[in-house]
Design a protein around this ligand. Structure first.
Ligand code: SF4
Length: 61
């Protein structure tokens, strides 16, 4: 599973990190989300976090 976040689409809302804190974290300097490596959430939780993004900035392949 490869997870990518488009920084141009990320508006820094923090929803992904709130729903899937083992997959996504906020960068305090850029106010953009980043993928946690390694991801500690279940695949289902990661997908829920990705799908929660209001701008569809997160792509899972
Ligand atoms: S939910 Fe989307 S817009 Fe919000 S912080 Fe995460 S990647 Fe950025």
């Amino acid at each position: 599973m490869e997870i990518k976040i488009d920084p141009d689409k990320c508006i820094g809302c923090g929803t992904c990190a709130a729903i899937a804190p083992g997959s996504f974290k906020m960068n305090d300097e850029t106010n953009k989300a980043e993928v946690i490596n390694p991801v500690t959430d279940s695949e289902e939780t990661t997908k829920m976090g990705a799908e929660s993004c209001p701008t569809a900035a997160i792509v899972i392949e």
